[in-house]
Design a protein around this ligand. Sequence first.
Ligand code: AGV
Ligand code: CA
Length: 315
Amino acid sequence: MGKKLYFNHDAGVDDLVSLFLVLQMKDVELIGVSVIPADGYLEPGMAASRKIIDRFGAPGASGKIEVARSNSRGRNPFPAEWRMHTFFVDALPILNEPGKVYTREAEQPAHKHMIQQLLAASEPVTLLFTGPLTDLARALDEAPEIEEKIEKLVWMGGTFNEKGNVQEPEHDGTAEWNAFWDPEAVYRVWNSGIKIELVALESTNKVPLTVPVRNRWASLRKHAGLDFVGQCYAACPPLVYMETNSTYYLWDVLTTAVVGDPSLVQMETVRSTVIADGPSQGRTVETGDGRPVSLVYDVEPERFFDYITALSQNA
Ligand code: AGV
Ligand code: CA
């Protein structure tokens, strides 16, 4: 069945495309999904996730994989314009053709659902988080014994660059958004013994959404999977002349690709801590006595785009 994976995401466009991609990975067994309403809204995020499993999961996936709803709240809310993307993906005709949803919603909230799935697993599980870490921090507080069941955490978040991607009043711009939404959760996870692979802005900045990337997907739209990916990214502003606050990168998709094929990227160990309060809150900083994380600092963009295109083409 391949390696076991639990996926917690926050219902952005690249989060939902990531769910689609995980379902195409032959050597990955998805044992649960949860949705946290950070860079997206909860109701359409739950519905879209269930529909994506129905439409693009392997036969039988809808009967096996549950989607859990998070009841976590963050400290610093995402801009509503970004969050609205969830409604667009949930409304795509390709997800609504059957008029009925089969994949079940979990009875428990996200962090408890994750605890349950981890404790029930026969072997260590990889965690993929493409939004804030709040549900993981709460799960660790409630059931510290899950640490033993976690193979590693692969997280899209953080940066050691001088410039992050938060542009908000009362912040100095050094943080990445997933860390900024709930800095204390990052702090909690850093204080655990879990192995962490960090897909930070160092590498995601190298994979912007561009018009040529979109055109490649358009040329292959006869494949349902690539039609879906193309439709999703039609909602997002590409990089053309210069970066703006809304320019879209393939942040979460790169993170997901690292789970499927770690050879796409370069990693190095960095000792770091996170600033939990004040104008730099959410900033990850290198310090000699900090906790080690494997930082994904580089990627070969062409190989990455070839990889996700090939995966989508088989859907
Ligand atoms: O910081 C990147 C994270 C990723 O998990 N998200 C988007 C991805 O899902 C927040 C974010 C930063 N800039 C954004 C974001 C933008 N311009 N539009 C939407 N979300
Ligand atoms: Ca995300």
